[in-house]
Design a protein. Sequence first.
Length: 198
Amino acid sequence: MQAQQRQQQLRQQVRQQRQTLSLAQREQAGAQVAERLQALAEFQQVTMIASYASFGAELPTCTIHQQLAAPKRLALPVLHPVVAHQLLFLEITEATVWQHNRYGINEPELRCDRVIPLAQLQIMLLPLVGFDRSGQRLGMGGGYYDRTLAAWHRGELPNLLTIGLGYDFQQLEALPQQPWDVPLQLVITPSKVWDFRR
């Protein structure tokens, strides 16, 4: 089976499993992941964090966002209006206006004065469909994060720590890899912090 076909099969399996979780189970998992994230020494030392607005049955990020307090700052992605399959990250404030993108995902209204360059981000929290024991990430298949993080993958953003967030059952056997796939440094699930930097 070709790598892309296998990836699509795995996406379908894990997404179906996520759909079986109740709202209470998802919220509990999100709270547990938030607690593990906040306990990380790296998290305590940074001020600029990129995250994402969870969608559907993804691990909820609302607890993480609600618990952030000064001096920590939060940036969320928007679909790049010019460059296909790329993301921009905008700082979130009380004045942020929200809208739905073409995938139905909540995102901040694009304002150039709110864009945070990737070089200023210190931690990026990423959604995932699955991950394996080497830190390979299985996303939704659009390639947005792989393209956005291509410079990081080349070593051009050494101060950025990439952290995937997910449920325990999203840990899979070795994933098929594509040359453009960007691996993760950490993954946090409700029961464990997976560190792939060693």
